[in-house]
Write a protein that binds this ligand. Structure first.
Ligand SMILES: Cc1cc2nc3c(=O)[nH]c(=O)nc-3n(C[C@H](O)[C@H](O)[C@H](O)COP(=O)(O)OP(=O)(O)OC[C@H]3O[C@@H](n4cnc5c(N)ncnc54)[C@H](O)[C@@H]3O)c2cc1C
Length: 376
């Protein structure tokens, strides 16, 4: 007789790996399916590290989620014995009138989060590698830092495996359908499975399964630069950062480790239609020059490009997440459109999927994340 799983997860990258683990902890019989063997570099979670900020320039609706996410990351670090979170603090530099800056300050007040304001000279006095004119200000959040993204996914998958979750990797899902009794039949390149509930957490390529979703895949690169100044290192207390320049360009980066510092540009990139178009770092001439503006004027202590990588964002029209049920269903969940800022939330989003699948009450207001908002 075919097993009918309580929950099948389509895509066990960042969110799916967390969802599978929390669902197993809720006592559900879980099937995890992935096109690759996570963690891997074909999705959105590779390149070792992801920033986590609590005060949130993208909107107050994210703060309760990120605070719970942080609690879950800390718990995962204890349960797995892995260094999931590095509390390096996060520096945000922008002109104080920009929406990102004012929203961030507002969210810190609203949720009583520690946040220190620094003028441009005070910033440079504390971190001599940063150089900004007086039109900029900095915000320092001591509780933020970065997550080891691939380590975290491995930890979730290993804990889930030990809890008895079935893992079928290197097995792309090609389609699914609801049967007359409400059960969902999922087809992969190697077989079919049945589940009472399904979570679609397929990241950038979700439209191969659900072509009508308002999600645009975008190719994004990040780069590692040689460091010549040990003040840029994590050991010396250099924090993670987000910098929004007056040109509108936004950069983010991590404290240096092992002689390099990783930096990326949040805006821009190339809209793409399929995995083949997400070509490796260096296939566009612009790849090598993405960070020039920041390094030429604002950050000293680096000495040339070491290497880079290509990743992808799944952008929604408003760059806010989609956390919902597939329209017309109450047993097919969707978590997608994380728009390049989702990793920090992966733990709590996984917990939400598990709570919904286990019919547990939902402690968060998720109405801002419903698909309905695109249909006005
Ligand atoms: C360059 C870059 C920098 C970033 N920086 C940050 C940051 O600093 N902080 C932050 O919070 N976020 C950041 N993000 C965003 C964050 O990494 C993503 O939002 C997050 O990892 C997405 O998680 P996901 O689970 O939706 O996708 P993924 O982790 O990509 O997982 C999706 C999974 O689904 C699988 N899959 C897809 N299609 C199928 C199918 N048909 N069948 C089976 N499996 C399938 C894939 O193989 C994959 O394993 C960054 C992203 C990039 C690219």
């Amino acid at each position: 007789m075919t097993t009918t799983y309580d929950l099948a997860i389509v895509g066990t990258g960042s969110v799916g790996a967390a969802a599978g683990y929390y669902a197993s902890q809720a006592g559900l019989n879980v099937l995890e399916l992935d096109a690759h063997v996570p963690p891997h570099d074909a999705g959105s979670h590779h390149g070792q590290t992801r920033l986590i900020r609590h005060a949130y320039g993208e909107g107050d609706q994210y703060v309760p989620l990120v605070l719970e996410s942080q609690r879950l990351w800390n718990e995962l670090a204890i349960n797995s014995g892995q260094p999931i979170f590095h509390q390096t603090g996060i520096l945000t530099v922008a002109q104080p009138t920009t929406p990102f800056f004012t929203t961030l300050v507002h969210s810190a007040h609203e949720f009583q989060l520690p946040l220190e304001t620094l003028t441009a000279p005070a910033l440079q006095a504390r971190y001599p590698n940063w150089h900004f004119s007086d039109q900029y200000q900095a915000l320092f959040e001591p509780t933020g830092g970065y997550l080891e993204s691939e380590t975290a996914i491995s930890a979730y998958l290993q804990l889930a495996r030990h809890a008895g979750v079935r893992q079928e990797f290197n097995q792309p899902v090609t389609g699914f359908q609801r049967l007359a009794n409400g059960t969902v039949e999922i087809r992969t390149t190697q077989g079919t499975y049945q589940a009472r509930q399904v979570a679609i957490t397929a990241g950038t390529w979700v439209k191969e399964l659900l072509p009508d979703l308002p999600v645009q895949p975008v190719r994004k690169v990040f780069s590692w630069f040689h460091t010549t100044d040990q003040r840029l290192t994590e050991a010396a207390g250099f924090p993670g950062f987000t910098v929004e320049l007056a040109t509108g360009n936004t950069y983010y980066g991590f404290p240096g480790t092992d002689g390099t510092i990783k930096i990326g540009k949040h805006n821009g990139g190339q809209p793409i239609r399929n995995p083949h178009e997400r070509t490796p770092f260096g296939t566009y001439e612009a790849d090598d020059h993405e960070i020039d503006e920041l390094l030429a004027t604002h950050l000293t202590g680096t000495a040339g490009l070491d290497h880079g990588g290509a990743c992808s964002y799944d952008l929604t029209p408003d760059e806010n997440f989609i956390i919902d049920y597939l329209p017309g269903t109450d047993n097919i969940q969707l978590v997608t459109g994380l728009s390049g800022h989702g990793f920090k939330f992966a733990s709590v989003l996984g917990q939400i999927v598990a709570d919904r699948a286990a019919h547990q009450p939902e402690p968060f207001d998720l109405t801002p994340f419903r698909l309905q908002r695109f249909h006005h």
